[in-house]
Design a protein around this ligand. Structure first.
Ligand code: KG4
Ligand code: ZN
Length: 344
């Protein structure tokens, strides 16, 4: 059994966790930065980096205190090395490198997306490879076939905005606050999802990808028209996202060999309407549906520690001069897609 220290700082959550290879989350801590970013309605990279720098070391100390452990009890140190906001990524990665150098323990540079992609296996010991993964977060919207640790085939990605980004921008437009996803979901519960006619970008398209930019513009027009209540716009927007996700998933499932499990990860997986749709698609396809608990869907360090445990078991450790990477696709063989804002 191996004990891994996981560190996460790629966006706006500073997090540290101790996880073992038997799937025990020994301790995990998280410091959000919502109050720092709320006045700007979005994550400000420089403010995020500074907050990570302030919070990372106390968080590491506090997970060890919670666990009643010291660095001597750890087998390896796993830190997110990208993709993400580079100043923040560097805080966690440099902390991980310093601890590895000081203790002589191996460093594991974790791709944040692999953290999300493997997180369902932390809570579900029966989830084996391969599985179909919908990865929906603030920075990414992808469908991947997960064949093993470090082995991903990207089947679809977004040609513009990520799904979470669309939620965040819609929340900002409607004045619902930050972070946007939970705010839109709460407003949508009070609204009528058929009230506002909104497009389903790329639904029915022959190509596999997602697009959400046109939806955002349509939300802006609906809001500016003054004809609709914000709750109705929120509900109609959420329904449009759910419909797009369903259409693109069915497109991918129609074109891949049958996979035993449909898995969701990333912050948008916390959305109840998204989960309900996925459950339905899985049932129709006779697939098992696996979704991590809500706290494990949004950014955290337990998933980084677990990805570290999976990589450590596979003998995958990294040199101390490994760089932080703002961009780092899971599938580096995936062909480029058209679109101005492609994020890999
Ligand atoms: O995975 P995550 O914590 O960070 C990234 O790696 O991006 O995802 C954050 C995203 C944000 O865009 C947030 O608005 C969205 O996940 N999100 C939600 C919900 N909770 C978080 N979107 C829709 N409904 C939610 N309940
Ligand atoms: Zn994330």
């Amino acid at each position: 059994m191996a004990v891994i220290l996981g560190l996460e700082s790629s966006c706006d959550e500073t997090a540290a966790a101790l996880v073992d290879s038997d799937r025990t989350i020994i301790a995990h801590k998280l410091a959000g930065q919502e109050e720092h970013h709320r006045p700007y309605g979005g994550v400000v990279p420089e403010i995020a980096a500074r907050a990570h720098a302030e919070k990372m070391t106390p968080l590491v100390e506090s997970v060890f205190a919670d666990a009643g452990m010291t660095l001597a009890d750890v087998d390896a140190i796993a830190a997110t090395a990208g993709p993400g906001l580079i100043g923040g990524v560097m805080v966690g990665l440099v902390t991980g490198k310093a601890l590895a150098l000081a203790t002589g323990k191996p460093l594991i540079a974790v791709n944040h997306l692999e953290g999300h992609a493997l997180s369902p296996r932390l809570v579900d010991a029966d989830l084996g490879f391969p599985y179909l993964l919908l990865l929906v977060s603030g920075g990414h919207c992808q469908i991947l076939r997960v064949d093993g640790v470090g082995r991903y085939a990207r089947l679809a990605t977004t040609i513009d905005d990520a799904a979470g980004e669309a939620f965040d921008k819609t929340a900002k437009l409607l004045g619902l606050g930050f972070p946007g996803g939970p705010a839109v979901e709460a407003a949508a519960r009070q609204g009528d999802s058929a009230a506002v006619p909104l497009p389903r970008p790329l639904a029915g398209s022959k190509e596999p990808h997602f697009s959400f930019a046109g939806l955002k513009s349509a939300v802006l027009r609906a809001s500016d028209s003054g004809q609709y209540a914000p709750q109705d716009i929120a509900a109609s927007f959420q329904q449009a996202v759910v419909d797009c996700l369903r259409d693109r998933l069915n497109h991918a499932l129609d074109r891949t060999d049958r996979l035993p499990a449909l898995v969701v990860a990333g912050g948008v997986a916390a959305n109840g309407a998204v989960r309900a749709m996925l459950q339905d698609v899985a049932a129709q396809r006779d697939m098992r549906f696996v979704a991590p608990p809500l706290w494990l869907c949004t950014d955290n360090a337990a998933m980084i520690g677990w990805a570290g445990a999976e990589r450590f078991a596979a003998g995958l450790t990294d040199p101390l001069d490994i760089p932080a990477r703002p961009r780092w696709p899971l599938d580096d063989q995936a062909p480029p897609v058209r679109g101005a804002g492609v994020k890999g």
